[in-house]
Design a protein around this ligand. Structure first.
Ligand SMILES: *Cc1c(COP(=O)(O)O)cnc(C)c1O
Length: 416
């Protein structure tokens, strides 16, 4: 059970404020609807207004100097001077995201990649080393192995779930362990208890990309993980209509990252933050439906003769089913599977589907389907793809909120 905490917003809303939501014990659906909201909003608006401004005014020089003095002493006086340092609509969304993930504070970024790259750039000095899992978002791996390498920061990629390899990879200069959980596209689930135990023993910080789980299905911070990131483009916003990323953690660490955001500049537009807040209000409903659709579709596919393998953590056949049962509150809305056939057979199956749209991404209300070999890994040869574990006959299905019966009927006709 989370506790909704009402904290002072970092930016002034310019109206007298007596917060109405105080320390309400809540589950994630309640938090998704109410957490962080500071009622009354300006004009007694029920929703947080979109404060669409790039900068903020001062009444006179004395007002400016009072602000600068307060800022020099660290706290600030409840306002900011420029949009890259804060925005009330963005701050409102961040408070809700922090509560949902059981963190003290959250920072929104322009995209999931902006969140990941900013955090890594801020946390890793030249000469540092980090460890990442091999079943990892392709652009995260690319950032570590190319951009960070240029800055003299080295990366070791370890096989998912191999804790001996993980511990062996740790060096005296290792600062961070980065992993997704569940991973893309095989939905591998990291045992966070073991991960945190190893990291803490070596004094190394941990970062989990929890995009596939959402705070409805997993709370990595409760396991002692230091930072959680999400591509809010996916489930958190839920409607495939914006890009955003978020990092959540304890106050001290997140505050130092906020300084980096002001320099690196990957801030979120207030309008996107407002859309994200609206999306969050239905997060609980959407993810429960997507969990149910995921389980139903995974069970249907695993019983189908034309499907040779199904990857879904809610199936006992999944290699991490036991960890998933212990750690997750729901198994999620993504199902990956292999068609019994070639690259072309798999494409024919995808083209025969009526409901799912062919698109990269996941987590929205529309079911999306993709053949990773032709979507994210098109420029690689079959051999190169196999080396990174992507088979030609692999399909990734991101379930939306349609009716499971309709989705299953569609899959059945396309397989036939
Ligand atoms: C999509 C995704 C990202 C990148 O997020 P963007 O919002 O597209 O920049 C990072 N991690 C995972 C697991 C993702 O699915």
């Amino acid at each position: 059970m989370a506790v909704l905490e009402v904290s002072e917003p970092t930016t002034s809303l310019n109206h007298p404020r007596t917060p109405r939501v105080a320390r309400v014990s809540s589950g994630s659906s309640t938090a998704a609807v109410h957490a962080g909201a500071q009622h009354p909003h300006a004009y007694h608006s029920l929703t947080m207004p979109v404060v669409e401004t790039a900068t903020y005014t001062f009444e006179n020089t004395a007002d400016l100097c009072a602000f600068q003095e307060a800022r020099m002493w660290g706290g600030g006086n409840g306002r900011v001077e420029y949009g890259r340092y804060g925005n009330p609509t963005v701050a409102d969304c961040e408070a809700r995201l922090a509560a949902l993930d059981h963190g003290d504070a959250a920072i929104l970024f322009a995209s999931g990649m902006s969140a990941i790259t900013s955090v890594l750039l801020a946390m890793l000095p030249t000469g540092a080393h980090l460890v990442i899992g091999d079943d990892c978002y392709r652009r995260t791996r690319q950032f570590c192995l190319t951009f960070l390498k240029r800055l003299g920061i080295t990366t070791t990629v370890v096989p998912m779930g191999d804790f001996a390899a993980l511990e062996n990879a740790i060096q005296p200069n290792t600062r961070l362990i980065v992993s997704e959980s569940p991973t893309n596209p095989y939905l591998r689930v990291v045992d966070l208890v073991r991960l945190v135990e190893i990291a803490q023993r070596h004094g190394v910080k941990t970062l989990i990309d929890s995009t596939f789980a959402t705070p409805v299905n997993q709370h990595p911070l409760d396991f002692g993980v230091d930072l959680v990131v999400h591509s809010a483009t996916k489930y958190l916003s839920g409607h495939n209509d914006l890009l955003a990323g978020v990092v959540v953690g304890r106050a001290g660490l997140v505050d130092s990252l906020r300084q980096a955001l002001g320099v690196l500049g990957g801030v979120t537009d207030p309008h996107a933050a407002s859309l994200l807040t609206r999306g969050l209000k239905t997060l609980g409903l959407r993810v429960q439906k997507q969990n149910a659709n995921g389980q139903a579709v995974a069970e249907f596919l695993s019983a189908h003769p034309r499907v040779s393998r199904v990857w879904y953590p809610g199936l006992p056949s999944h290699p991490d089913h036991a960890t998933a049962r212990a750690q997750l509150l729901g198994y999620g809305g993504v199902v990956s599977f292999e068609i019994d056939g070639t690259l072309e057979d798999t494409s024919r199956f995808i083209d025969a589907l009526q409901i799912p749209l062919i698109a990269a991404s996941l987590g929205g209300v529309e079911t999306l389907v993709e053949q990773p070999a032709l979507m994210s890994y098109y420029e690689l040869s079959t051999e190169e793809r196999l080396a990174v574990g992507i088979k030609d006959n692999l399909v990734r299905l991101s379930l939306g909120i349609e009716d499971a019966d309709d989705l299953i009927a569609d899959l059945a006709q396309a397989l036939g």
